[in-house]
Design a protein around this ligand. Structure first.
Ligand SMILES: [Zn+2]
Length: 309
């Protein structure tokens, strides 16, 4: 395994990953210990390195490169550029736009966009540990270039039309912990309760606003704290939804501050990115690059990332 502690700056990173060969060796040494290269097709351990740098499995006789099964598979972009891109993406806390990345790396904006989206696929929230303890749940609506939760809540009760122009996002936040959030079809109880049951441990205390969406929490095994926004009682003892609302603010800054626009088609990926960034917000640059590198080569799941560490 490579000692990633040395990468405290882009200078050190580029000095270490100075050639394509060094990048490939880094992937190989991180995927397979002690040169025990494992065939990605049959799982065989008897693989020999060919003169062209690829490997040949002695079992199934297939040839493969070190990047098979990673996000770099079949890429024509130099690995050095991938690694620098990953460093920039992971060290800029609010993300990097495709225009910025294109300028920084001397690649086209289209290529930069491709890298950003490929990296975003690493942030998927399935297989994540469940939230527990004190958890805040809330919905937010994304529409046009503006997100305004409280306004949309009013229109939601006034008419059924708002969902035609706005996309609801549902979020759950552990106090002083991590967040899960996703695009949802609607904000009815029957849609949100199964999500809460999937992501929040039974027995947890769930804090929400006074919306009738959440009246079924107690019968599903949660204790329920209600924040009464309509009488401006944002903080009644520990009954607040400040954590999840803080996350919505964070999400907005990434989406509108860095990317300016997100399409509905890729909205979930941007949510995944904001959630991941929020959850690793206390990790330093080296740790964030290490997580990304290990996720890119399939050696790290979301569960291995130390949330908030
Ligand atoms: Zn094989």
């Amino acid at each position: 395994m490579i000692d990633f502690d040395r990468f405290n700056s882009i200078f050190e990173l580029t000095a270490f990953f100075s050639t394509e060969d060094r990048c490939k060796r880094a992937i190989r040494d991180s995927r397979w210990e002690k040169n025990d290269v494992v065939c990605p097709y049959c799982g065989g351990h008897h693989c020999v390195e060919r003169t062209d740098g690829r490997y040949r499995c002695q079992h199934c006789r297939r040839n493969f490169s070190v990047t098979v099964g990673t996000i770099f598979e079949n890429t024509k972009i130099p690995l050095r550029k991938w690694f620098i891109a990953m460093y920039l993406i992971s060290s800029h806390k609010k993300g990097v736009s495709s225009h910025q990345l294109s300028r920084d790396l001397g690649i086209t904006q289209k290529t930069a966009w491709f890298i950003l989206h490929k990296v975003r696929t690493l942030y998927k929230q399935y297989d994540t540990p469940v939230l527990e303890g004190e958890v805040e749940a809330d919905e937010m609506y994304l529409g046009g270039r503006e997100i305004n939760k409280h306004d949309s809540k009013r229109t939601k009760h006034a008419s059924g039309r708002s969902l035609k122009t706005k996309t609801p996002i549902f979020g759950m936040a552990e106090r002083d912990g991590s967040v899960r959030a996703m695009k949802v079809e609607n904000t009815q109880s029957k849609t949100l309760m199964p999500i809460i049951k999937q992501f929040v441990a039974e027995g947890s205390s769930v804090f929400t606003d006074e919306s009738n969406i959440y009246t079924y929490l107690p019968e599903n095994g949660y204790s329920h704290g209600v924040v009464q926004h309509n009488i401006r009682q944002y903080s009644r003892g520990g009954v607040t939804t400040n954590t999840i609302e803080g996350f919505w603010g964070y999400f907005k800054r990434i989406v509108f501050g860095t990317y300016h626009f997100v399409s509905k088609e890729y909205l979930q990926r941007y949510i995944d990115e904001a959630v991941y960034r929020y959850n690793t917000r206390k990790a330093d640059e080296t740790a964030r690059f290490t997580y990304m590198f290990r996720m890119a080569i399939g050696k790290c799941s979301y569960e291995d990332v130390k949330m908030g560490a």
